[in-house]
Write a protein of this length. Sequence first.
Length: 333
Amino acid sequence: MAEHATIRDGLLALEHSAHRVIPIVSNQFAMIAAVTESDIRRGLLAGVPLDAPLLSLASRDYVSTRRVEAPDGMPGRRLEQIPANALTGSLRGCPRLGVVAGRAKRPNWAVVMAGGRGRRLAPLTDHLPKPMIPIAGRPILEWLVLHLVECGIEHVFLSVHYLSEAIINYFGDGSAFSCHIHYLKENKPLGTGGSLTLLPEPPTAPILVMNGDLIATPDLAAMFEQHGRTDAKITIGTHRYAQQIPYGCMQIDGNQIVEFREKPTIEHLVNTGIYILEPELLTAIPRDTEYQITELFTQCLDQGDNLHAFEIVDDWLDIGHHEQLSRAHEVFP
């Protein structure tokens, strides 16, 4: 969070995050302090007001690393999260203890769809790929890559097309992010499923596919575990989405009103753009053709395959238009 953030800002960040440590950064995104959930609790009990600077409760005594891995001497220390700094000194992430202490690596590949034009976010996307729009000091796509690494995924494939060099130049081979990054270069737009045909070889384990315009921290270990113990060909990540109708609603019997509800809220399970696919399904995707992954879902349902839902209760925010982008800046200042 920014160094001018208040304690109220910190509480809001904790409410929408799976982490319990908040890094505080300067205007140049260099980490200057860290504040924990416990620090805030102690401050409030001591009578510190909500509009007080968050920095007043923070500690400048913390351990950091330049890579998403364990720093020397860490195994003997009781640490919750480790700030990971880029070579420039700017904060690159704050992974939980599981990753920096050596979380087990997964055999699964991840494919992130990062080739879209992002027209609804113009003019921001006139000269910048949508997944490279910064949120809280780093590109959307970087947050996703860091989370994949935290979950034990070593091989990440980025499907790129529009302004692809901006993405390739930023991420390189992935070594700065403690993973191997490969690029699926679309010569023309192939949709959310078509670029899967560009994989260099068939995967040998279920493959994770996700959109590149998400701020999301799904529990991928639980999602893979559920997929593995079912006979599902596809597991689709879902999220509860509430929508308020801005009018009073009536239920009628003939012309007689039997129920009236003022501005009711309707809840739906929505598609998050996060999926696990069985490897053999990739052979059903046509080559060199724009193909949406939802077409594969429909095809599987038509032929009687099992599709399962996995509810994502962690952070999830789709950055599809300006309103959602503004929301992301509010939640992750």
